[in-house]
Design a protein around this ligand. Structure first.
Ligand code: SF4
Length: 198
């Protein structure tokens, strides 16, 4: 188990608002209490899906998720007050890594929202930036390509990233949050001591 106390201290120093929970259910209940009466955009995220956050938040917010509502929800999610996603890798040294193909998810974590929430299961945490990037590329990338049914070597073999030239390549942008972006007033990191998403 990574040292979540130390990671909390580093992320807090870097400007993030950090909360830590033993279970995904506790984390979901906390997020559900914190976000109320807002427009909320969802990035494509198995973590959010596993926590049932779309259903929870939709009861008292206006939620836009292209995974649920289709592509027309994407510009609405981009313009929402609050944006939720996960990460593809989180370094114990404090860096948050995301890989994107379309660019909407990465863009939304950098600019344009009153609040951004990163919900992170313990399986996403790696000892340092290099290993967090390795994880994002070689674990999250292939699993997402498989989930999306892409015709890429990683989706066929499911073992690692091949840095492919496939037209269906989903890995086109990598973002690294070194600190909280100044244009985002509040950026939350919710750490969960369970495996969530990939
Ligand atoms: S770059 Fe290509 S091979 Fe590597 S994870 Fe992304 S889609 Fe798969």
């Amino acid at each position: 188990m990574p040292d979540l106390e130390k990671l909390t201290q580093i992320l807090t120093k870097n400007g993030f608002t950090v909360a830590r929970f033993a279970t995904g259910a506790q984390a979901a209940a906390y997020i559900d209490r914190q976000i109320d009466g807002k427009t909320v955009g969802f990035g494509g995220s198995m973590t959010l899906k596993e926590l049932g956050l779309y259903e929870l938040l939709s009861a008292h917010n206006t939620v836009y998720s292209h995974a649920v509502q289709g592509p027309s929800a994407q510009p609405l999610a981009a313009a929402a007050q609050v944006y939720l996603t996960s990460v593809n890798g989180l370094a114990e040294t404090g860096e948050l890594i995301n890989i994107d193909g379309h660019g909407n998810r990465v863009a939304a974590t950098i600019y344009g929202h009153e609040e951004v929430w990163f919900v992170v299961g313990v399986n996403k945490i790696a000892p340092d930036l290099e290993k967090a990037l390795w994880r994002a590329r070689n674990i999250a990338g292939p699993k997402n390509a498989q989930r999306l049914g892409k015709k890429t070597p990683c989706a066929l073999k499911g073992d690692r990233c091949y840095d492919c030239d496939s037209p269906e390549r989903i890995c086109r942008v990598v973002s690294t949050h070194l600190r909280k972006p100044t244009s985002i007033p509040v950026a939350h990191v919710v750490l969960v001591e369970e495996a969530l998403g990939y």
